[in-house]
Write a protein that binds this ligand. Structure first.
Ligand SMILES: Cc1cc2nc3c(=O)[nH]c(=O)nc-3n(C[C@H](O)[C@H](O)[C@H](O)COP(=O)(O)OP(=O)(O)OC[C@H]3O[C@@H](n4cnc5c(N)ncnc54)[C@H](O)[C@@H]3O)c2cc1C
Length: 293
């Protein structure tokens, strides 16, 4: 199928893009890497009257570290994240996760801004933003908004972005030296969207979690920063404590049914990921089995 007829404008600056978006409102759509927008247009799931191509705006691309803040421009491609020494050093969770986003051809075009604006609940990067405590920066004609990642995603393919706004960058706190991460997803094939996944960031001290942020994806209509992680912080992790956290996680998940899995299967996989994550971060391989008995 081919997309419905549409007008095309290549933005010459951020200000120009915002002007176009402000004039055309909901009838316009931003084009970044096009890896989600163009398939949706070709399938006629959406039919914007105007496509505003921001792909040439170099000011929106790049990765920089200043003090304790890692800033990633919205147009930074998945492939750039994979290759970046700054990401490897300061946000290794992101590097590991992005390797699971689609395939090389898509990672060469797709961008972090596009992925976050798309807000697919089975996407890896939104969950990483929750685990890493990201701030998402958006700009409109009346100025800039800084939005905590926990407030950004509001539903399936839904965010707090207004049609007239551009996502311009993401800020991440540089991960502390003693922090650790865990990433795993269940997918039918490497590169497929996840059936269930977990991106986690933690600080472990003396065999206990001083901090633990669990970003689950494909477990509901948006990525989830699991509150049940609180049950594992500042306590000795025994099989009973872990089982209690798994039960609390069960209560906060709202998984959906689709061709890939039932809600029960998703709950089960999320529990498995929680167990594996905790035993891996604490380097206690036997913990999983003990907590499941
Ligand atoms: C076969 C296939 C498999 C895939 N598998 C995965 C996967 O496993 N995991 C995964 O996470 N993704 C996957 N993707 C999606 C891919 O990662 C896309 O790159 C990503 O979803 C969107 O990035 P993009 O730059 O291409 O955005 P686009 O397609 O250009 O835009 C996506 C949406 O975001 C809006 N948008 C884009 N940039 C901005 C901005 N700066 N400000 C405001 N709005 C903006 C657009 O208007 C559009 O609504 C897959 C895609 C394909 C085709």
């Amino acid at each position: 199928m081919k997309a419905s007829a549409f007008a095309y404008a290549r933005a010459t600056s951020v200000a120009n893009a915002l002007e176009l978006l402000s004039t055309h409102g909901e009838k316009a759509k931003v084009l970044s890497g096009g890896q989600s927008l163009l398939p949706a247009m070709n399938l006629r799931l959406i039919a914007p009257e105007l496509v505003v191509d921001i792909g040439e705006l170099a000011e929106l691309r790049g990765i920089a570290v200043e003090g304790n803040i890692l800033t990633i421009g919205a147009l930074t491609r998945h492939a750039d994240l994979l290759r970046s020494p700054e990401i490897a050093a300061h946000a290794p969770l992101l590097k590991q996760a992005v390797a699971h986003v689609a395939h090389a051809a898509i990672r060469n075009r797709g961008t972090i801004g596009g992925s976050l604006a798309q807000a697919d609940p089975a996407s890896e990067l939104p969950a990483c933003m929750l685990a890493l405590g990201a701030t998402i920066i958006v700009r409109g004609t009346s100025g800039e908004r800084r939005i905590a990642a926990t407030e950004f995603f509001t539903g399936i393919y839904e965010t707090v972005l207004a049609p007239q706004e551009l996502l311009v960058a993401v800020e991440l706190p540089v991960t502390p030296e003693n922090s650790m991460h865990f990433f795993h997803e269940f997918a039918r094939r490497r590169g497929d969207y996840a059936i269930v996944g977990l991106a986690a960031q933690a600080v472990v001290m003396n065999g206990r979690f001083a901090d633990l942020r669990l970003g689950f994806f494909a477990v509901g209509d948006r990525p989830l920063l699991a509150k049940s992680a609180g049950k594992l912080v500042d306590v000795a992790i025994t099989p009973a404590v872990l089982a209690e956290a798994a039960s609390a996680l069960h209560d906060e998940l709202e998984p959906m049914e689709d061709q890939q899995a039932t809600p029960a299967m998703r709950r089960h996989l999320a529990r498995v990921l929680l167990m594996r994550c905790v035993s891996s971060l604490l380097a206690r391989p036997g913990l999983c089995a003990e907590a499941s008995t």
